[in-house]
Design a protein around this ligand. Structure first.
Ligand SMILES: [Zn+2]
Length: 300
């Protein structure tokens, strides 16, 4: 039954759980812990799918009778299990490697482009977004800012942003972008994009990827708030938020409400993340191994 339980768990963790969590408001109060919970759910879903693939052939043979668990039949069952589990892992790794290569290539081109288009006279006046990154200022009538992560990171702002923001708001924006770079939020995002792409098209859902993207923005907003002030961060978001931009609207409402998560909520979320990974292992995988290994003659 372990394979059935694990398959059911993988489906629940890939569908209904992300759906409920993506709609919940409380993760926005503890974005760091909530991202860890999302990562735990993703990891547990992959482990459950791999575990189910590994357990299914052995359990099928055990159901057919003791004589089936010997010789060639057992070797074939182990080979099928290894191939099924290997396919899941290889698909994920393949997508991850391809995505990493493409992203780094695109970023290198992007970095060259912003270096070329930099309004040097203005970026020299402001200085770097932080000790580890270089600031670039682009010509442009729309106020926005972003970062290009990697080994030679850049923080990019438009001239319109410099003209619109006051000094405190600009510091909050630079702190926000530097937080993305320092904590390598791009790697977290990349993991969820890879997981999204590795899923079969029909079973694919953008909920996890989008929810984690939003939480990463909120985490960076918190860095801007703590380096400057809630007022400065809110002012910057107001300047950047186009009418109808629901994501910036939600972030602005959160900063205005001065939302701060309680320590208890964060601790509870971390405990839930640990439980999502540990409980299925203890409740399903270990009992299966305790039966399957002696049955296969590995342990007697
Ligand atoms: Zn951001």
């Amino acid at each position: 039954m372990a394979s059935v339980w694990l398959a059911a768990l993988a489906l629940v963790l890939a569908g209904p759980v992300p759906s409920v969590l993506a709609r919940a408001q409380w993760p926005q109060r503890v974005p760091r812990a909530a991202i860890v919970l999302w990562q735990a759910i993703a990891l547990a879903a992959v482990l459950a799918a791999v575990g189910s693939a590994l357990a299914a052939p052995e359990e099928l043979l055990r159901a057919l009778g003791p004589e089936q668990r010997q010789g060639t039949t057992m070797v074939v069952a182990v080979a099928i299990a290894a191939i099924l589990a290997g396919l899941i892992v290889l698909r994920l790794l393949g997508v991850l490697v391809l995505l990493a290569v493409r992203t780094r290539r695109r970023r290198a081109r992007h970095r060259d482009m912003v270096d070329l288009l930099d309004r040097a006279e203005r970026s020299a006046l402001i200085g770097g977004g932080g000790a580890k990154s270089v600031l670039r200022v682009l010509d442009g009538a729309v106020p926005f800012a972003y970062c290009v992560p990697g080994r030679a990171p850049r923080v990019v702002v438009t001239e319109a942003a410099l003209d619109t923001l006051d000094a405190d708001e600009l510091r909050a924006v630079l702190a926000h972008e530097q937080a993305h770079l320092d904590a390598r939020h791009d790697l977290v995002r990349e993991g969820f994009v890879a997981l999204h792409q590795a899923f079969p098209v029909l079973a694919r859902s953008r909920q996890a990827r989008d929810a984690v993207g939003m939480l990463l923005e909120m985490l960076a907003d918190d860095a801007g708030r703590s380096r400057c002030s809630d007022t400065a961060m809110a002012g910057a978001l107001e300047a950047f938020g186009a009418a109808g931009d629901t994501e910036v609207g939600a972030r602005l409402a959160r900063v205005r409400a001065q939302a701060c998560g309680s320590r208890a909520l964060a601790t509870g979320t971390y405990l839930a993340a640990a439980a999502v990974v540990v409980v299925p292992t203890v409740a399903v995988v270990i009992p299966w191994l305790a039966v399957a290994l002696p049955a296969a003659g590995v342990l007697r």
